[in-house]
Design a protein around this ligand. Structure first.
Ligand SMILES: NC(=O)c1ccc[n+]([C@@H]2O[C@H](COP(=O)([O-])OP(=O)(O)OC[C@H]3O[C@@H](n4cnc5c(N)ncnc54)[C@H](OP(=O)(O)O)[C@@H]3O)[C@@H](O)[C@H]2O)c1
Length: 293
């Protein structure tokens, strides 16, 4: 059977997609292909000027807006200014194995970028979403361990790669719990996971991890990595599906529905993680209605 490629994208005219961190890397390729297929693509980015330059001259409709997903005020401002339907939200922005720093809210920046901020963004935009939320995770979620007592790396010694792996498992568990809540509410909105495999982007720029160095020979061109995100965003997959490359160890190849780790199906942990994350971002307090449990 022919492998799925961006040429197989459906016609997306009339659809609006938000993608975070789309000024470069996999996000930019995803934005470019979705716009080429007809979608109106809203890029939520830290550097608006750079992202505008990146999409200038590309075919399609782009709208570049400021968004730092790690900073809760920025997330609230982006979501608060949204009006009208939003077909697909793609939580793509991410950092890997970066040194320990704190955001303006005092959150661990890597966890805030990969999980905590996207959790808040998703909850604040969810009322507008008509089709699905795509969470970009990683095969490295399989090595992740969630410490609910210290989700935000306050008491443990910080380890950049462990924080990445934990944040990507948190993304997988967030998808599980979000889908559970959506289904319980009778919503047709889907929560879908995308794992790009391993693609040559700027993501590993700060990482000295052995894990990354050992699998470097497996890297794919970024175009191939972005296919999993495009597939997850547009194809008819079940709620909480895990879309990733079909080849060796889920690291190479073309997109197919695979399977997240066993830990990624731990419903009890997912519920407790939701509560802990909501606590970190102040969700559920006055004026913000959390999705029903
Ligand atoms: N490449 C891979 O092999 C691979 C494998 C598994 C998973 N992933 C995941 O795929 C996603 C995209 O990664 P990539 O490979 O494209 O990496 P990349 O080339 O380093 O791009 C990361 C993007 O995220 C943005 N970003 C980082 N922090 C942000 C923040 N606080 N607010 C808004 N945007 C922010 C960056 O924006 P700036 O330009 O402002 O820095 C950049 O556009 C990530 O979630 C990553 O974990 C990638």
């Amino acid at each position: 059977m022919a492998k799925w490629t961006a040429e197989d994208l459906p016609e997306l005219s009339g659809r609006t997609v938000v993608i975070t961190g789309a000024g470069r890397g996999l996000g930019l390729i995803t934005a470019r292909e979705l716009a080429r297929a007809g979608a109106r693509v809203v890029l939520g980015v830290r550097n608006v000027g750079k992202a505008r330059d990146a999409v200038a001259g590309l075919p399609g409709t782009f709208d570049v807006r400021p968004l730092d997903v790690a900073e809760l005020a920025s997330v609230r401002a982006f979501a608060g200014s949204w009006s009208g339907p939003l077909d697909v939200l793609i939580n793509n922005a991410g950092v890997m194995d970066v040194p320990a720093t704190r955001t303006a809210d005092g959150l661990d920046r890597q966890t805030a970028t990969n999980h905590t901020g996207p959790f808040l963004l998703t909850n604040l935009l969810l009322g507008h979403v008509t089709d699905r939320v795509v969470h970009v995770t990683s095969q490295l979620h399989r090595l992740g361990r969630i410490d609910l007592a210290d989700l935000d790396w306050r008491t443990r010694e910080y380890h950049g790669m462990a924080a990445y792996q934990a944040s990507k498992l948190a993304v997988v568990l967030f998808s599980l719990e979000l889908q559970r809540r959506l289904t319980a509410q009778g919503s047709g909105v889907r929560s879908v996971l995308a794992s790009p495999g391993i693609a040559r982007t700027g993501l590993a720029a700060q990482s000295r991890s052995n894990v990354i160095n050992r699998v470097k020979f497996l890297t794919n061109p970024p175009e191939l990595g972005a296919l999993s995100v495009l597939y997850a965003a547009t194809q008819d997959v079940p709620g909480n599906a895990y879309v990733g490359p079909d080849g060796l160890a889920g690291l190479r190849g073309h997109p197919a529905v695979g399977r997240q780790s066993k830990a990624g199906f731990d419903g009890e942990l997912a519920g407790r993680l939701w509560d802990a994350t909501a606590g970190l971002v102040g969700l559920g307090k006055a004026g913000q209605k959390p999705a029903a449990r």
